[in-house]
Design a protein around this ligand. Structure first.
Ligand SMILES: Nc1ncnc2c1ncn2[C@@H]1O[C@H](COP(=O)(O)OP(=O)(O)OP(=O)(O)O)[C@@H](O)[C@H]1O
Ligand SMILES: [Mg+2]
Length: 462
């Protein structure tokens, strides 16, 4: 029993000694390793750069020493005394020549170790400056800026905000935003409140033009190098954002212009419809009532009397006036277009054209009033030009739907003209304005002796 206890005691004592022997170096090694991991993983104390340089120059010193020891000491011992000096000179020369490529390689390796796959802040900045001189569209360069910002800071999300008047609009982000963010309202010309880790304003010639914003992963913070990189990038971004802002303003104005033209065309059509209704319900009804009264008077007048003949003539004149008025009203805004749509209205009109018209009208659902009006009046003007100038033997009118557009084509086999040489009068100009105002376009193909094709398109609202 005593022997067993003694044996166990000595075993426990031995184990403690062995464990101590093993544990102490293990713990001693684990501490710097843990510190190293913490520093690298969370980029503590702005240590990236120091580690990077230490790795580069430590590695280089190790390689150079190893080469020197290998060549000069080992091989030198073999070749003997007098050759040794030459050997050491030659080795020094070779090391001097190989230094630069070696350093570049060591730098790449150290970058890979410290920054992983992302670009170093310096690389990111120089990439941006390089591409600044190339011609990119503004959208491209803002996307690039967001991407470089994210890569250079290892951020979870990087954003480029551009000022538009008194608002701040998200112009680009990396990774791209799933949904467009609502613009932020500026406060007295300063940046609005934003919940981001880092926000750096971008200015040009003292004018605030936008901001760069960065969000790091949870628990990570921006170190001084990354912070400086964002500030430097913001410094370079001023001119880019200035141009982007101007471009945006120009586009917004173009949109405004298009919208106001559309409002004008729509208002014009509304006015036409109002006049047409007034003519129909007012003047036309009066004339019809007048004609009926004349008819009554004719009925009571002496047969074969002069009065009866005059009343008959009056009734005929009233009929003509009513027809003229109807024709006028139709030209202003045809009731058939309002009630039955494009197909029936164009078909009815084609019967009144003095040149034979071949119709190819695709069946289609009713379109918004301004779309039907634009296509109808453009076709009418093109047909009228054929009658007035083309001396054509026939004309084809086609209206069809394709790829969410409505299109028309008026083609004649007449004498044609040179579109570049003729002065556009209000006819062609109105067609152009009407279609453009609704986001469409017109194309005129013609040459003397070759006939004329007028083709227009309008996008259909989804
Ligand atoms: N189908 C065509 N064939 C031959 N010439 C044409 C044809 N269409 C237009 N033109 C030429 O183009 C010119 C401009 O046409 P546009 O419709 O703009 O003006 P207009 O018909 O002369 O005047 P408005 O339309 O204002 O009454 C015409 O004067 C004519 O010379
Ligand atoms: Mg014309």
């Amino acid at each position: 029993m005593a022997a067993t206890t003694l044996l166990l005691l000595s075993f426990a004592l031995n184990l403690t000694v062995v464990l101590n022997d093993l544990l102490i170096p293990l713990v001693a090694a684990a501490v710097p390793i843990a510190i190293g991991i913490a520093i690298l993983r969370y980029r503590l104390y702005d240590i990236d750069l120091i580690i990077n340089k230490t790795l580069v120059y430590g590695g280089l010193a190790a390689v150079i020493t190893a080469v020197y020891v290998l060549v000069v000491i080992n091989i030198g011992a073999l070749v003997g005394g007098s050759q040794r000096l030459w050997l050491s000179l030659l080795t020094t020369a070779v090391i001097a020549l190989a230094f630069q490529p070696l350093r570049a390689r060591a730098q790449r390796l150290a970058n890979r170790l410290v920054y992983g796959k992302r670009a170093t802040p310096y690389e990111a900045l120089s990439q941006f400056s390089e591409h600044l001189s190339e011609t990119f569209s503004h959208e491209d360069i803002l996307d690039r800026m967001a991407r470089i910002l994210a890569q250079g800071t290892g951020a979870e999300r990087a954003e480029v905000w551009v000022r538009a008047g008194q608002r701040l609009v998200l112009a680009s982000s990396s990774p791209p935003a799933a949904e467009p963010l609502t613009p932020l309202v500026m406060q007295n010309g300063t940046l609005p409140e934003m919940q981001r880790d880092t926000i750096v304003p971008v200015s040009h010639a003292g004018e605030l033009l936008g901001a760069l914003a960065v969000d790091k992963k949870r628990g990570e913070t921006m170190n001084a190098v990354e912070q400086k990189m964002v500030t430097d990038l913001a410094g370079q971004a001023g001119l880019v954002l200035k141009n982007a802002g101007l471009n945006r303003e120009l586009l917004a104005r173009l949109d405004d212009l298009r919208a106001s033209r559309q409002r004008l065309v729509t208002a014009q059509d509304e006015e036409r419809r109002r006049i047409e209704r007034n003519l129909h319900d007012g003047a036309q009804q009066h004339l019809i009532a007048l004609k009926m009264k004349v008819g009554l008077a004719e009925g009571v007048a002496e047969p074969d009397s002069k009065a009866r003949a005059i009343l008959a003539q009056l009734k005929h004149d009233a009929d003509e006036a009513i027809d003229n008025l109807r024709e006028l009203a139709r030209g202003i805004y045809p009731p058939l277009l309002a009630s039955d749509g494009l197909g029936p209205a164009l078909r009815a009109h084609s019967h009144r054209v003095t040149v034979p018209v071949e119709l190819e009208l695709e069946d289609m659902p009713r379109q918004p009033r301004e779309v039907e009006g634009a296509i109808y009046f453009c076709c009418l003007e093109a047909l009228q030009n054929v009658v007035k100038y083309a001396q054509a033997s026939r004309v084809t009118l086609r209206v069809w739907l394709s790829d969410s557009t409505i299109a028309f084509r008026v083609e004649d086999d007449g004498k044609g003209f040179d579109p570049a040489a003729v002065v556009r009068s209000s006819g062609l100009q109105n067609m152009h304005d009407r279609l453009e105002a609704l986001g469409g376009s017109i194309r005129i193909q013609s040459a003397p002796g070759k006939g004329t094709v007028v083709e227009g398109r309008l996008p259909l609202q989804a």
